[in-house]
Write a protein that binds this ligand. Structure first.
Ligand code: ACM
Ligand code: ZN
Length: 738
């Protein structure tokens, strides 16, 4: 048949079988590249599965997924041509597309045909089919709408990191996540298996890694931990393979290894002793780079890892390794001398390159966090960029592959005020400055589920629904995105997540409060995170009011607000202090550079009347890394003032400290400044937990038009601190002047 007649034949086939009528949305997530819905039905009450020789294992997967939806499938038969009625047919045919992981799916009145260009593509076709089955959407119906889909991914690496160290996750839970990944056509489970707080994988040669390293003593004296036996690992790896998911194990080095050092202190710089960490953070005890036996130990561990995991990639971490111990270790200093290395940053590079040589000698590829760029990147290494996109940019420019998982979009342990569903949906994995000939080196992205604050039972609420956005972004990052259409798909998808038993969280912060100050009054606006919410508020804990539109407040006040959806409260309440003071709306100048992520909402946010709360990522705090906070506040005219009050934050495990000193100067003319107050806060840097303190700097009343405030950064993290020697953060909000 020539091409023309083939086309006519195909069209005829469709109109006979399905009586073509096109609609727009299939509501599959991630959205397929091309799809049409046709107006007829395949009846799932009566079907048999046929597969070619290469597709039998995928056909078994389909059978088990159908069983979960209560559609019994009997044994699988060998594919027959011509295709029989009431059949579901699976084929792998590498000639149907030049793309890897390609599939096409045809559902017509008489049969279903899924073809994949490879096994992985066929699996994607299976999960598209599963998503389309009405029963997967909680509807008890056997009629499956006729469709035609052609589909393949844009990025080959579509991953999720599960940190099973800070909080242990059972093998069943990990398998459940493999199901979730496959269901959303994600293909990498980055399994974070070793950490300061726990070593989670059995290694025959070093039994203490799990006898000692898998267990930590919590602050209340209880013992917490767990590990995976080799048998369990094999079972999970096999489970993942059958679902088209590759497991990339992460064995952290040279840092984040206190649990290993607690088991084998001889591989540290000091010799220990150590305890498996019970705190969260970055710790200064890391593997000794001057000790050859450390490398012997790591190579032996990697041998067993390589034997267990078929993955081409082995992740070796490489992030957040403080150099303090290396700088003070005679063996590390000798290594620096013997190898003619410049400093401890190059020593990190030496460490990673030595491991990279070993791994590539075993036919595997090394991947590491962007710190592996420090001091020179190992030849064949792939970089996972997490501190923004810069690491990816630097890697691809030198021809290395990179994966993007920046804290700005991909950290699913962060709260929704930092990363909500829309933010993830707007994630563009290709950094803007990547030269066009290097784009191919961005092989994909990953979302990271760190578990410091996420025990297993809370993981669903953090990962979902954000994973839906990530799956779309990595499957087919469209040039024109339409969040509203995606949002509609998500609403439809919730029914599927309900069937899967996913305990999903919110899409966004339910409420955002803004305030404008004008003519002595605050104009307070509450913005709904999603449609269909009712917002309520109280001023100074008085009567409850249903929010309707911007309201006016003339004095300082406490505002509490909360959201309700379908008569059920939606998310946490939000409580904000609104302060009336003389600097409201004043001009800000001479500000030092604050962190991009912690901009507090911009320069003027320090005099907008709203003070940040207990969550230092709430968008109100302004953070200064390694620098002082300095600002000049300029009034419209000279005013009489006698005090400056400002708040500073401390959370030492995130390297945020109360400043060493706070100074206030005033001036009438902008040239001649007079020191009015100097205060040295008496807050111990060791004081634990998240808190902020308000400091009052009073002085005899003076006339002033210009007020300079300076808060002196705490300096480098002290010796007792896990990140000893690293720069620290200063967080400030609302500089009130009276
Ligand atoms: C990381 O978040 N430390 C990679
Ligand atoms: Zn050392």
């Amino acid at each position: 048949m020539n091409k023309f007649y083939t086309l006519i034949f195909c069209l005829a086939l469709y109109s006979i079988a399905c009586n073509t009528s096109e609609r727009n949305e299939l509501f599959i997530i991630p959205k397929p590249k091309e799809s049409i819905i046709l107006s007829s039905y395949f009846n799932l009450d009566n079907f048999h599965i046929y597969a070619d020789n290469n597709s039998v294992s995928v056909a078994n997967l389909l059978g088990s997924e159908l069983n979960k939806l209560d559609y019994a499938s009997d044994s699988i038969s060998l594919f027959e041509n011509p295709i029989l009625d009431h059949s579901i047919n699976l084929l792998i045919d590498s000639t149907i597309s030049k793309y890897s992981e390609y599939y096409d799916l045809v559902i017509n009145k008489n049969f279903i045909l899924i073809k994949g260009s490879d096994r992985e593509g066929l699996i994607h076709g299976v999960y598209s089919l599963i998503q389309l089955i009405p029963r997967s959407s909680g509807i008890n119906d056997s009629k499956l709408a006729c469709v035609k889909i052609n589909d393949y991914p844009k990025f080959k690496w579509r991953g999720l990191l599960l940190d099973c160290c800070r909080h242990f996750m059972s093998t069943d839970f990990v398998k459940r996540y493999i199901d979730h990944l496959a269901y959303h056509k994600m293909n990498v489970l980055h399994w974070h298996l070793t950490e300061d707080q726990g070593w989670r994988i059995e290694i025959d040669k070093y039994p203490k890694l799990t006898d000692v390293g898998a267990w930590r003593k919590e602050k209340d004296g209880s013992i917490y931990g767990g590990f995976y036996t080799k048998e369990q690992i094999k079972e999970v790896v096999d489970y993942a393979y059958k679902r088209g998911v590759n497991i990339v194990p992460e064995i952290e080095l040279p840092g984040h290894c206190v649990a290993a050092l607690a088991s084998y202190p001889e591989y540290s710089c000091t010799g220990g002793p150590f305890e498996v960490e019970k705190d969260w953070g970055v710790f200064k005890d890391i593997y000794c780079a001057g000790n050859d036996s450390t490398f012997g130990f790591l190579e032996n561990v990697l041998d067993e890892i390589i034997e267990l995991f078929p993955s081409k990639y082995i992740h070796i971490g490489g992030d957040e390794a403080p150099k303090y111990r290396w700088e003070n270790c005679s063996k590390c200093k000798k290594r620096i001398q013997d190898e003619n290395i410049q400093d401890t940053h190059e020593l990190q590079s030496y460490f990673i390159q030595r491991i990279e040589n070993y791994i590539s000698g075993k036919g595997k590829k090394l991947i590491g966090w962007d710190e592996i760029l420090e001091g020179g990147l190992a030849n064949n290494a792939t970089v996972q960029s997490w501190r923004g996109f810069e690491g990816a940019l630097e890697a691809v420019k030198t021809g290395h592959d990179a994966i993007v998982s920046p804290t700005s979009h991909a950290y699913f342990d962060y709260d929704l005020d930092a990363i909500d569903l829309e933010k993830v949906y707007n994630f563009d994995p290709i950094p803007i400055d990547v030269p066009s000939d290097k784009v191919k080196h961005i092989i994909g992205g990953e979302c990271n589920m760190w578990s410091e604050r996420a025990p297993q039972n809370t993981v669903d609420s953090k990962v979902f629904p954000r994973l839906l956005a990530m799956s779309e972004v990595l499957w087919d990052y469209p040039t024109i995105k339409d969040y509203n259409l995606f949002y509609e798909r998500v609403q439809a998808h919730y029914k599927r997540l309900d069937v899967l038993g996913v305990n999903y969280g919110l899409e966004t912060q339910p409420i955002d409060m803004t305030s404008e100050y004008e003519d002595g009054q605050f104009y307070v606006t509450l913005n709904k995170g999603v449609k269909d919410l009712k917002l309520f508020f109280q001023i100074n804990q008085e009567e409850t009011v249903l929010y309707d539109s911007t309201f006016i407040i003339s004095e300082s006040a406490n505002i509490k607000t909360w959201a309700v959806k379908n008569n059920v409260s939606y998310g946490d309440s939000l409580e904000i202090e609104l302060y009336k003071h003389k600097a409201l709306g004043a001009k800000i100048s001479d500000l030092n550079t604050y962190g991009k992520t912690y901009d507090g909402g911009g320069d003027n946010s320090i005099v907008n009347g709203l003070r940040g709360g207990l969550n230092f990522r709430d968008g109100h705090w302004q953070g200064y890394f390694g620098t002082d906070f300095e600002a000049t506040i300029t009034f419209d005219s000279i005013q009489r003032i006698d005090s400056v009050i400002s708040s500073f934050y401390q959370y030492n495990l995130s390297w945020i400290f109360i400043p060493k000193q706070i100074l206030v100067y005033t001036s009438v003319d902008g040239d001649n400044y007079f020191k009015r107050a100097k205060l040295s806060p008496q807050i111990s840097a060791k004081q634990e937990g998240h808190f902020f303190k308000e400091f009052v700097m009073s002085f005899p009343e003076v006339e002033a038009k210009y007020i300079k405030i300076k808060a002196v950064n705490y300096g480098v993290c002290p010796d007792w601190h896990p990140a000893a020697g690293s720069k620290s953060w200063l967080f400030v909000d609302e500089v009130r002047i009276y």
